[in-house]
Structures are given as C-alpha cells and as structure tokens.
Design a protein around this ligand. Structure first.
Ligand code: 3PG
Length: 212
C-alpha cells in the first residue's frame, strides 16, 4: 500500500481499531465483525505472540480489510510485520532506529509523538502523519490544539483514552485525521466471543465519526 492510499483510508474511516489478539482464528472472527460494522481496518499490535500470525491470516483470508501492525518497537518487529503482510506500521514512541529503518524500506508508517521536539524529529525526516500517544493522558484535545499551532501540515492520529464520549471532540480538530482506540475491540470482548457487540461498537464509532 502506498502512503497516500493509507492516508485516504484514514480520512475515510476516521477511526482505527487498535487490537491485541491471541490467535489467528480470533483475528478472522474479529475481521468479520469489523467488516459487518463498516470498519474494514485493523491495527494489530505486537503486544501478543499471535500478532504476526493474525496479520498473515487476515491478509490472506480477508483481503478486503486494510491491516497494519501497531506497537512496533524494533527493526526485527518491522521485518516480522512486513513479512506477514502488514500494509502500514505504527509505533507508540519515536525510536529513531525503527523510524529510519521504516523510511529506508519505504513502508507507510506513523511514529508516536507527544512533544514538540518529537514532532520536529519527524518533520526533519519528512514525516507528517503522526500518532499522538497517549492522547487523553497527555492533555487531550486542548493539548493537541496547542501543539498543532506551530506545525502546519502535520496530521495527528491520537490514541490512548479515546471513547465514544470524546471521539467527536477529537475529530473536530482540523489537524486530527483519525483516532485510534481499543474500545470497540477490547481483548475481553474478543475472548468472550462477543463479536456482535464489537460490530455494534464499530458501527457506532463509524456513525459518530461521520456526523462530525
Ligand atoms: C494504543 O496503543 O494505541 C493505545 O494503547 C490504545 O489506547 P486505548 O486502549 O486507551 O484505546
């Protein structure tokens, strides 16, 4: 996937399910639940052993879903994610080693930032699509508005503490392209097999995003 294509996907859905998953089978059920909720997008995090396998299964069996890797912390995880078929990569922080490796490979990626200095490290490398993490805990909408002012053209994807209650206030900020979150794909819902609830929460998130 080209960077511009990923940007268009984010502009379109405006919501990114951030997923921790324990098996490839769960990933397929989850992909189906998200598609049914009009949210054919998954950021599968390397917070579990099953991440690469989950990415591989969804890419192979549900090609209509856009699948990326999250919580990518090392070049080895970049390799594992890409080998599994990840279409984009997201990191929680700004690790120059990981970011420069992704840039060398030319893979669409958003590094995590939370301060002006980190934003400038990204800009210096030509990156202008940035994860903002942890959003709510760092000062939320007010902080993002303030931090956006000096950096025209930077687009943020906040995650951390986003819920159906505050989603629209984030999406109303012009510099925010989309919001990430785990609220509609909680591990407890996946483990309990509550895929109808996941579909309903995904649908609700998409509706909320569309009515901003
Ligand atoms: C992430 O890595 O994007 C966050 O952990 C998601 O945060 P949330 O669980 O508060 O939505």
């Amino acid at each position: 996937m080209k960077h511009e294509e990923w940007v268009r996907t984010l502009e379109d859905t405006r919501v990114v399910p951030v997923i921790t998953i324990e098996s490839g089978d769960q990933a397929i059920d989850l992909a189906d639940a998200l598609v049914a909720g009009n949210l054919p997008l998954m950021e599968i995090t390397f917070r579990s052993e099953a991440a690469a396998e989950a990415i591989r299964r969804v890419r192979a069996e549900r090609p209509e879903v856009t699948v990326g890797a999250g919580t990518v912390l090392t070049p080895a995880q970049v390799d594992a994610a890409l080998e599994a078929g990840a279409q984009f990569l997201v990191t929680p922080g700004f690790n120059p080693t990981v970011v420069d490796y992704c840039l060398k490979l030319g893979v669409p990626m958003a590094p995590g930032v939370a301060t002006p200095s980190e934003i400038e490290w990204a800009l210096e490398r030509g990156l202008s699509l940035l994860k903002f993490f942890p959003a709510e805990q760092s000062g939320g909408v007010k902080y993002i508005k303030a931090i956006s002012a000096p950096y025209r053209g930077v687009r943020f994807m906040p995650t951390g503490g986003i819920t159906p209650e505050n989603l629209q206030s984030y999406l109303s900020v012009p510099s925010i392209i989309a919001c990430g979150g785990s609220w509609m794909v909680k591990l407890s819902l996946i483990q309990a097999g509550e895929f109808d609830t996941i579909t309903r929460l995904a649908e609700e998130a998409v509706e909320l995003a569309r009515s901003v």
